[in-house]
Ligand binder design. Structure first.
Ligand code: CDV
Length: 312
């Protein structure tokens, strides 16, 4: 029987570690292998992680701008990424790809949505940049996203693609309810996101692995449920240049339930059939925004970034 055009078979393409000196060509070959597997398994859409073409370079302090810029793409597709676009179009598979973008002198932690014909139909630039802007030699690992990237300037757009309403965000964005709600208010039905999350040493201090994993699931499951949307969270995993990265790739239904999850810390394709009509029930009932939200009462959310304490 033919698949309904509201059923999207998604391949969450987790990546194992990428070495500092691994070339774009070598990485793209790994992405192509995952794409081949996705084709064999009947996927319509493949989601790759944040900064999927290189190692997670903000963990190092580089003084020289040229050393930083080698991790950035100034064209998308470029020579090295073109084969990914070609193979995906040949298979009729759409994909979401995270990469470092150099555009008009600005540097973004970005991702794109490519449709089944190989056209870029959406772009997102990461808004919530974690970490620090200054070198912290006392830290075992740097987290220099605030130094190497500009804050995303595209807001949280959504696009009509793959038969539904699709949105994207990147890594730390997944911890913020505003991210999901901005897309929820535009009727999003599937949010794709990739992440690079250390298993024990986030920039805010030591955390046991079980908490890193709890917070990963908690954020994405609540974002899915409270906005009645699918969430596809895809990890870069394993020991990358000595730093343990959390896996935990998840496909989450609009009920908040996990329907598929990664089992390894390596390149792995996690597949699920995602019925976009499964969003309808909660969008029309408990989270019928038009009927139940009270935006007049939410002023503080856009008035202030920090906490406004009550008077003493
Ligand atoms: N790449 C990220 O944005 N990582 C952040 C933390 C761990 C710095 C995250 O929220 O997972």
């Amino acid at each position: 029987m033919a698949k309904s055009n509201r059923m999207v078979t998604v391949g969450a393409a987790q990546l194992g570690p990428i070495g500092l000196n691994e070339s774009r060509g070598e990485v793209v070959d790994r992405l192509l292998t995952l794409l081949d597997r996705a084709h064999e398994r009947g996927c319509d859409l493949v989601v790759f992680p944040e900064l999927a073409l290189t190692t997670f370079f903000p963990r190092w302090y580089f003084e020289d701008q040229e050393q930083i810029d080698r991790f950035f793409e100034s064209a998308m597709p470029g020579n090295e990424t073109q084969p990914l676009f070609d193979r995906a179009a040949e298979y009729g598979i759409g994909f979401c790809l995270g990469f470092a973008e150099l555009a008009e002198g600005k540097r973004y932690n970005a991702c794109i949505l490519v449709d089944k014909s190989g056209e870029i139909v959406g772009k997102y630039r990461k808004v919530h940049l974690p970490g620090h802007a200054d070198h912290k030699p006392e830290r075992k690992w740097q987290h220099l996203e605030k130094a190497y990237f500009d804050v995303g300037d595209l807001g949280f757009p959504v696009w009509r693609a793959m038969g539904g309403i699709m949105g994207m965000c990147i890594c730390n964005d997944r911890r913020w309810p505003e991210t999901y709600r901005m897309m929820g208010l535009q009727g999003v039905e599937m949010i794709m996101l990739g992440y690079n999350t250390p298993a024990t040493e986030p920039p805010w201090g030591f955390e046991p692995t079980h908490l890193a994993s709890l917070h990963n699931n908690l954020s994405m499951q609540s974002g899915a449920y409270q906005n009645a949307t699918w969430v596809i969270g895809v990890a870069k995993a394993g020991r990358e240049e000595g730093c343990d990265m959390m896996g935990g790739t998840l496909i989450i239904a609009p009920t908040g339930e996990i329907v598929a999850q990664g089992r390894t810390l390596d390149d792995e394709l996690v597949v699920a059939d995602c019925d976009l009509d499964a969003c309808n029930h909660y969008k029309n009932t408990v989270f019928n925004f038009a009927e139940h939200r009270q935006p007049d009462q939410y002023g503080l959310i856009t008035e202030t970034a920090g906490v406004k304490l009550p008077p003493e």
